[in-house]
Design a protein around this ligand. Structure first.
Ligand SMILES: Nc1ncnc2c1ncn2[C@@H]1O[C@H](COP(=O)(O)OP(=O)(O)OP(=O)(O)O)[C@@H](O)[C@H]1O
Length: 254
């Protein structure tokens, strides 16, 4: 479903004499099969957002090749939009001044979702994410947790095969976080939606992901199961300690 083959992305920063090249992602290769739920971890500045922007066609790679749902994201961004859903936890894709339900209606038009399919899907998502109480509320008046549920719904209205999530539980309280995780778990289990999840919340990873990929300084430093990741340290250690050690050492020795 997702194929990343020796991908690099660099940025030129500064002017004239201070001009330097930042290698945000380097020689990155991985494959995600249909139906997988994969966690994508890395310290600040590691290259996670750059990867996600390339997977969704927002940025083109400077080298290598990417295929998502059989399409080159940068070249086929519009076609890909029909097959992929994206949630950036720190930003909203909803219309700030419109009631939530109007945002959804606009998305139906943009994605040309059949009216009957849309109704069915929205009813299902309204139930699962408990949206009914604020469907008529303008987005700017929603709490963070309500807004996030709205954003996740917006990303799924066209029933995409792949969902890419960038910190979907950031700022949520424990109850909202648990509800969001349970929703994502069911989405993957019941609909077979392929999910790539970027988060700094290791609870998300522990609850949801069997497979974890770690990126550091733009390079993949680990790709394996959560158990493999834990096995990289000898004693009984929390996942936080394991990951903190990896971020500090920058390498994994099984
Ligand atoms: N548009 C840009 N121009 C210049 N440098 C950039 C740009 N976007 C990202 N970078 C640099 O590329 C590197 C990777 O950034 P990226 O945002 O992908 O990291 P990240 O893993 O998502 O970090 P965080 O966890 O802090 O969100 C960083 O050094 C960053 O400064």
């Amino acid at each position: 479903m997702i194929e990343v083959d020796r991908v690099g992305r660099s940025f030129t920063v500064g002017r004239r004499r201070t001009r330097t090249t930042v290698h945000a992602v380097q020689d990155l290769s991985f494959t995600v099969e249909a139906g997988e739920f994969v966690g994508y971890l890395g310290p600040n500045g590691a290259g996670k957002s750059t990867t996600i922007k390339m997977l969704t066609g927002i940025l083109a790679p400077t080298s290598g090749r990417i295929q998502v749902a059989g399409l080159d994201p940068a070249r086929r961004r519009t076609a890909l939009a029909r097959k992929i859903g994206v949630v950036f936890g720190q930003r909203t894709t909803l219309w700030w001044d419109l009631p939530l339900k109007d945002s959804f209606e606009l998305i139906r038009h943009l994605y040309k979702v059949d009216r009957v399919d849309f109704r069915r899907r929205l009813d299902e998502l309204t139930g699962l994410l408990d949206l009914a109480g604020f469907m008529n509320t303008p987005v700017r008046q929603l709490s963070l947790g309500q807004r996030m549920r709205g954003d996740v719904t917006a990303a799924l209205l066209h029933s995409p095969a792949v969902l890419v999530l960038d910190e979907p539980t950031i700022g949520l309280d424990v109850v909202s976080k648990a509800a969001m995780r349970e929703f994502l778990r069911r989405l993957n289990a019941d609909h077979g939606t392929t999910v790539l999840l970027t988060t700094h919340d290791l609870g998300d990873i522990e609850k949801l992901c069997r497979r974890v990929m770690l990126i550091d300084h733009g390079r993949l430093t680990f790709d394996g199961t959560l158990d493999d990741l834990r096995a990289t340290v000898p004693e009984e250690t929390s996942i936080e300690d394991v990951v903190a050690r990896l971020y500090t050492d920058g390498s994994v020795s099984p």
